[in-house]
Design a protein around this ligand. Structure first.
Ligand code: HEC
Length: 135
């Protein structure tokens, strides 16, 4: 009995360790990501109930669907992209922040993009935490 318990906890440990390693590969470093987000801050707030600026408030954006921040007037291009059934997840965001106009050709978000994959990963980790993303 005792040995079964030991075996089970050893297994649980193995799984949780490999799970954590995987998650880290995908999400990057939120502390570094907060610095990357400084490039977005002129136009976006992240906190719940934060104001729309030049761009929409991003609280909950990965759960609420594309182009749906309350009181924000999106471009026709972003609405068209939303109508394709796409959603903001790690894969679409990774592409969008690399080069917004490559993913959403008619967006009016004037931001050239983040070339470094590391910056994009770190930014995503920060954004998910700061905007209350519920996976
Ligand atoms: C110069 C201002 C500006 C900067 C800088 C900027 N954005 Fe935007 N962002 C916008 C605008 C404007 C929109 C709305 C685009 C549209 O309607 O086509 C937008 C839209 C978005 C959306 C879609 C939101 C939704 O509700 O669907 C996301 C996500 C986003 N921006 C993330 C970022 C991130 C991350 C950065 C930094 C890497 C950034 N933006 C930098 C202006 C900006």
């Amino acid at each position: 009995m005792a040995s079964t318990v030991k075996l089970l906890s050893a297994l649980a440990l193995t799984f949780s360790v490999s799970g954590a390693a995987l998650a880290e590969d995908l999400v990057g470093d939120a502390t570094k990501g907060e610095k990357v987000f400084k490039k977005c801050q002129a136009c976006h707030t992240v906190e719940e109930g934060g104001p729309n600026r030049v761009g929409p408030n991003l609280y909950g954006f990965m759960n609420r669907g594309i182009a749906t921040a309350a009181g924000y007037n999106y471009s026709a291009g972003m609405k068209e992209y939303a109508a394709t059934g796409a959603k903001w997840d790690e894969a679409t965001l990774f592409k969008y922040v690399e080069k917004p106009k490559a993913l959403v050709p008619k967006t009016n978000m004037s931001f050239p993009g983040l070339k470094k994959p590391e910056d994009r990963k770190d930014l995503l980790a920060y954004l998910e935490a700061a905007t209350g993303y519920k996976k």
